[in-house]
Design a protein around this ligand. Structure first.
Ligand code: B12
Ligand code: SF4
Length: 501
């Protein structure tokens, strides 16, 4: 009766990644509890699979991981149905959505517990308490409801030593879903492994969902441990490249350099997310070593070319517009592609100021492209994340922004679009502002077709560039329908929100 289902709701339409969240939660109970994985990405009808398990009467714990966006489309109705049809089921949610929006999650009558941040100790401790009928009220990282309906958020525990965690149960996952099915073609290689080597981030950017959970803390596995895992998946399952899914893979230069030395003869390309100001402090030797060891591209939150906005975002106070440009040039010397993401449409005192900020960021992006044309640009329209207590949060709330107060409301098309940063629902952004951002993106993507689309032919690249040249040079972005049509058929721009990175 005490068996566990670990469910990863559908998050992508293709190129499914290893479901690292439930894999790591599985590691925490491996050998102690009998558990199964259900991956919504891999199942045609995941509810049928879940019900098959629940109907045996052996499964009491239903653990669901939830990010904002498409995962909620399965997470919410399946948790609800599980409780309605099998009332003894205990629904436990974890992941970024559950932790950041815990009030609305716990407010749903069918959710019993939320794990707030790392579940490596909290999850087995909760299962032990529920199994042995002992108190769970003091388990760190746990959120629960008291008998009188109050939502209690327990204290957070210190980040655990990542090297002391149990090994990831890849072979167990393989029994449910062949691991080869998770190694898909990307810009980096034919069979790319998704790996998560650290938790948290030492910074406190005011718009970031990592901050409320990790509170500027970071801990990573050591280089040898990462290398051993990579080597296992390479040897046993054929991985030829790696995507590091860490929030900030590059916090420690020493760790990155050591990992690079270990990787030098492996012939694997890799990618990760980092900060411009951190990696700008790396020595030339480390950057050259990284490239030699396979580091092909790094994702950076460049965010804006406006120093005032960068300050407001609390990027740690060290990243400047000047540095963003200079660093793009430095990366070029080492043949590592900087992938810069920008967030346009931040709030300002007047609509004219919002528009002026958008215009100046567009000009800035063009400057970066002139300095290093290989720079990959990803543009987001600003969607607020509530880092309670931050000045930015106060301002967006004052400007009339409100999150849903009922869990099911997150299923509405408007909030789905919000999650995918397609429709920001922010009162200060007018339609013409969003149009300008989107149209610029279309022209930019045509003038500089992404190198990450491995299927794009040189004829297609040339045609899009020629067609868009007059618009790009004259800053004329309105109604770029001719480019939209071509892009619809030809361009597979990297869309992290639906396909991965
Ligand atoms: C991989 C990934 C994806 C992949 C998912 C691939 C897959 N496997 O299905 C893809 C590319 C599809 C994706 C998409 C999106 N993602 Co995403 N994604 C990530 C990423 C990089 C890694 C997640 C991961 O595997 N972590 C590794 C595991 C081990 O860590 P973890 O999830 O935190 O799990 C621990 C705890 O949270 C907890 N836990 C987690 N789940 C559960 C479940 C149970 C039962 C328990 C007990 C505990 C528990 O215990 C775990 C072990 O300690 C994270 C950032 C990050 N570094 O974590 C962003 C992140 C989760 N994504 C985010 C977002 C916003 C999105 C998108 C909505 C939008 C977008 N533009 O990116 C989309 C839409 C989601 C969708 N389609 O459903 C945000 C969430 C922000 C927020 N507001 O909450 C994050 C934090 C990135 C960021 N910094 O902005 N994403
Ligand atoms: S550096 Fe990146 S992960 Fe870290 S707080 Fe800022 S945005 Fe979030």
């Amino acid at each position: 009766m005490n068996k566990v289902i670990l469910f990863n709701p559908r998050s992508a339409n293709s190129k499914y990644r290893i479901p690292n969240s439930i894999l790591q939660v599985g590691a925490s109970i491996h050998g102690q509890y009998n558990y199964v994985f259900v991956d919504g990405n891999m199942e045609h009808d995941p509810w049928a699979k879940i019900e098959e398990y629940l109907a045996t009467g052996e499964y009491r714990f239903f653990g669901t991981t939830a990010m904002p966006g498409p995962q909620l489309q399965e997470a919410i109705p399946f948790s609800k149905r599980a409780k309605e049809k099998y009332p003894d089921t205990i629904n436990i949610w974890g992941g970024y959505f559950a932790a950041n929006q815990y009030r609305v999650v716990m407010g749903a009558p069918y959710i019993d517990f939320v794990i707030n941040g790392p579940g490596d100790k909290a999850f087995p401790a909760l299962l032990d308490a529920l199994t042995n009928d002992t108190p769970y009220e003091f388990i760190p990282n746990l959120i629960y409801q008291s008998p009188d309906g109050e939502i209690i958020q327990n204290r957070k525990e210190d980040l655990l030593d990542q090297d002391a965690l149990a090994d990831l149960p890849y072979d167990h996952l393989h029994q449910f879903y062949p691991l080869e099915g998770y190694l898909s073609q990307t810009y980096l290689g034919e069979r790319t492994l998704a790996y998560h080597s650290s938790v948290g981030c030492p910074f406190k950017c005011s718009f970031c969902a990592v901050v409320p959970i990790y509170e500027a803390r970071w801990k990573g596995k050591n280089a040898k441990k990462i290398y051993a895992d990579v080597k296992k998946i390479k040897t046993e399952y054929g991985a030829d490249s790696i995507e590091f899914h860490d929030n900030n893979f590059f916090v420690s230069e020493k760790r990155v350099a050591e990992f690079s030395r270990l990787m030098i003869d492996e012939g694997m390309s890799w990618w990760g997310e980092g900060r411009i100001d951190t990696i700008d402090r790396y020595s030339d030797e480390t950057l050259a070593l990284m490239r030699k060891a396979g580091c092909r591209m790094i994702f950076f939150g460049a965010e804006s070319g406006n120093d005032e906005i960068l300050k407001e975002m609390d990027k740690g106070g060290k990243q400047t517009a000047e540095q963003i440009k200079r660093f793009a040039g430095r990366m070029r010397k080492f043949d590592i592609v900087p992938e810069y993401s920008f967030v346009l449409g931040m709030p300002a005192a007047t609509p004219e100021k919002v528009m002026a900020q958008i215009d100046s960021d567009i000009e800035f992006i063009k400057e970066v492209k002139t300095i290093n044309p290989d720079t990959e640009i990803i543009i987001y329209v600003y969607s607020p994340v509530p880092t309670e207590g931050s000045d930015l949060y106060r301002r967006i709330t004052e400007a009339g922004f409100k999150f849903p107060t009922i869990l099911e409301d997150w299923l509405s098309p408007e909030w789905q679009a919000f999650d995918l940063r397609k429709n920001p629902l922010t009162p200060w952004l007018k339609a013409e502002m969003v149009d300008k951002i989107k149209n610029f993106e279309t022209v930019l993507n045509a003038y500089y077709p992404t190198a990450a689309d491995v299927k794009l032919t040189s004829f297609q690249r040339r045609t899009m560039r020629q067609l868009s040249a007059w618009r790009y040079r004259r800053s004329w972005y309105q109604f770029p329908y001719e480019l939209k049509v071509l892009q619809k058929f030809w361009l597979r721009y990297r869309q992290p929100e639906i396909e991965g990175f």
